[in-house]
Design a protein around this ligand. Structure first.
Ligand code: ZN
Length: 259
């Protein structure tokens, strides 16, 4: 099983990062994709991932970080991102995207769009998939995706849109990744979205340390991915083994992970 989105580089995992990876392996979660959040974390994450078997990394600037970053530094950060990607090793550009709540928190939509557009250009240039975050800004994201194709595809992580919105994204060749919300008691909307995704576009993630799947509580971690896989299995009428095989194959193809 592959956790395609977990933030093990966050401070929450500083005390026991390597044990968290060991627990994931023991739970059958053999590979992890850790998308960076911002410039300060790129070098540390890349170094740790390169020295930890089964851990892969993406590089980007999360839209929720933008309110904390001076907009006058955006061009410098994007140039640094280009240089970091040129070093090789990253399996994706991201995490990047559009975040509704961050507009009110100090990152206007036009700035978010500008920064995301630069990420998409880098993904095209480096032939890498993009890891996209989108919260409540699906219309502007669809408009941005319409500007130019993404040859290496990408994933809408922790997809929070509706089944109808799944259809809107399908023409871009994107994958859809689902996290803890599919395990929640009143998970009608995420379950309907899972059911609307073609099997070859389906991925699993924990989004650790956030979005802890039931019945766990507190800090989320990749070892909890089987709970999410089980919810996806029951939503799609497949066995857990089938969901594991299918989503692992999809993740390997998208992120071009070796065997
Ligand atoms: Zn994330």
């Amino acid at each position: 099983m592959i956790d395609t989105h977990c933030h093990l580089d966050k401070l929450e995992f500083a005390p026991d990062r390597d044990r968290v990876v060991e627990r994931a392996r023991a739970a059958g979660v053999t590979e992890l994709v850790v998308p960076a959040i911002g410039p300060d974390g790129w070098a540390g994450l890349a170094g740790w991932a390169r020295s930890t078997p089964g851990v892969h990394f993406g590089l980007g600037v999360h839209p929720q970080l933008l309110p904390e970053l001076d907009p006058r530094d955006d061009a410098r950060h994007l140039a640094a991102l280009e240089a970091a990607l040129a070093e090789g090793g990253a399996v994706a550009v991201g995490e990047c995207g559009l975040d509704g709540p961050s507009v009110a928190a100090g990152a206007p939509l036009e700035r978010q769009v500008r920064v995301l557009r630069a990420h998409l250009a880098l993904a095209r240039r480096h032939r890498l998939p993009v890891v996209l975050h989108c919260l409540k800004l699906h219309e502007p994201l669809l408009a941005l995706l319409d500007e130019a194709p993404l040859p290496a595809g990408g994933v809408l992580h922790s997809f929070s849109g509706s089944a109808d919105q799944v259809k809107g994204y399908l023409r871009f060749g994107l994958h859809f990744s689902f996290a803890g919300p599919v395990t929640y008691e009143r998970a009608r909307r995420p379950i309907a979205a899972v059911q609307a995704v073609p099997p070859e576009r389906l991925l699993l993630e924990t989004d650790a340390p956030d979005q802890t799947p039931r019945p766990h509580r507190g800090r989320n971690e990749p070892a909890f991915l089987p709970e999410i896989a089980a919810a996806v299995a029951s939503a799609t009428g497949r066995t857990l083994a089938e969901v594991d095989a299918l989503t692992s194959e999809n993740a390997r193809a998208l992120f071009r992970l070796g065997r």
